[in-house]
Design a protein around this ligand. Structure first.
Ligand code: NAD
Length: 294
């Protein structure tokens, strides 16, 4: 099986390396030549366009920021679609708008190319370890064909429905994470202002009902004030934009998501959009004129 891989950023670079390591023939493309060179040093072949990365491929994996980037990579001049053969498949692992996934699938079907949306959770450390969680939408038989390939990058791959369902699942994940970070920040603010050590509160409640993976992964960042990413606020704003557009399109009220989005917009207004999303705690510090550290 020959694989094309387009998008070698924080996530795509280690993911592509894991596919190479598993023995697949992988041809890579990114706007960033240094990322291509790094993959070539690990055994991949270089391409000078999406089209060239797709020409020999049975399957092309994309890992790009958002819907417009995926659209450009697929359909712009010299893009992936120009190189794809009938019978090939595109697996888009970016977190994008579910409606965009469905539109791309329809456009590619016209040239007899199948499409899976397969966004991921886990961040850079799990991308490096090959232990990301994949939530996948698309045809079961197409999924079966590529399950082994996906397992070179992931510890779990869960098919959740047809095309678009993968990104709906990712949006659900992002809603829960953003609201959860806001909830723990709010609770720690109460503790601090009431003269109870927030770290003691964390230790006391982490194994009870309020405990969560978010609490375990983000509390120490909040207590140390180390907000280096991680997952950048600007990427989470992109996801919440997709949450709100999608929730309005299906006529569902998502008030806590709206609030989490406004909190992150406020942090962006303070120039903090490149910080980790655990910097949501900063919003509470600014609002309450306090520090959670120390
Ligand atoms: P990134 O910005 O680090 O990487 C994106 C890469 O795509 C860059 O190298 C860029 O040069 C390349 N690119 C953009 N447009 C291109 C095009 N048309 N052709 C070729 N290359 C192009 O982003 P990332 O952090 O790797 O995230 C990728 C996706 O994964 C996003 O949708 C993000 O929301 C999602 N995600 C990220 C994380 C994380 O922790 N970073 C975790 C889970 C999911």
């Amino acid at each position: 099986m020959k694989v094309g891989f387009v998008g070698l950023g924080i996530m795509g670079r280690p993911m592509a390396k894991n596919v190479v390591k598993a023995g697949y023939e992988v041809t890579v493309f990114d706007f960033n030549q240094e990322a291509i060179d790094d993959l070539v040093a690990h055994g991949a072949k270089a391409a000078d366009s999406g089209k060239a990365a797709a020409e020999e491929a049975d399957v092309v994996i994309t890992m790009l920021p958002n819907s417009p980037n995926v659209e450009a990579a697929l359909f712009a001049e010299n893009g992936i679609a120009e190189g794809l053969r009938p019978g090939a498949t595109v697996i888009d692992m970016s977190s994008i708008a579910p409606k965009a996934s469905q539109a791309f699938a329809e456009r590619l079907a016209k040239q007899e190319v199948t499409f899976l949306d397969a966004p991921v959770s886990g961040g850079e450390p799990k991308a490096i370890d090959g232990t990301i969680a994949v939530m996948l939408g698309g045809n079961q038989e197409v999924f079966n064909r590529y399950e082994e390939l996906l397992n070179t990058m992931a510890s779990t791959v869960t098919r959740v429905g047809e095309v678009g369902a993968g990104n709906i699942t990712k949006l659900a994940n992002q809603m829960i994470v953003a609201i959860n970070i806001a909830a723990i920040s709010e609770a720690y603010s109460l503790a601090k202002k009431a003269n109870v050590d927030p770290e003691a509160v964390y230790q006391a409640i982490r194994s009870g009902l309020a405990g969560s993976t978010v609490m375990d992964q983000k509390s120490n960042k909040i207590f140390s004030g180390d907000f280096e990413p991680g997952f950048r606020i600007e990427l989470h704003i992109k996801d919440m934009q997709n949450v709100l557009e999608t929730s309005h399109a299906v006529n569902v009220a998502t008030p806590f998501s709206s609030l989490a989005m406004d909190i992150m917009q406020s942090l962006k207004a303070h120039g903090l959009e490149k910080k980790d999303h655990s910097a949501i705690a900063n919003f509470y510090e600014l609002m309450n004129d306090m520090k959670l550290q120390g």
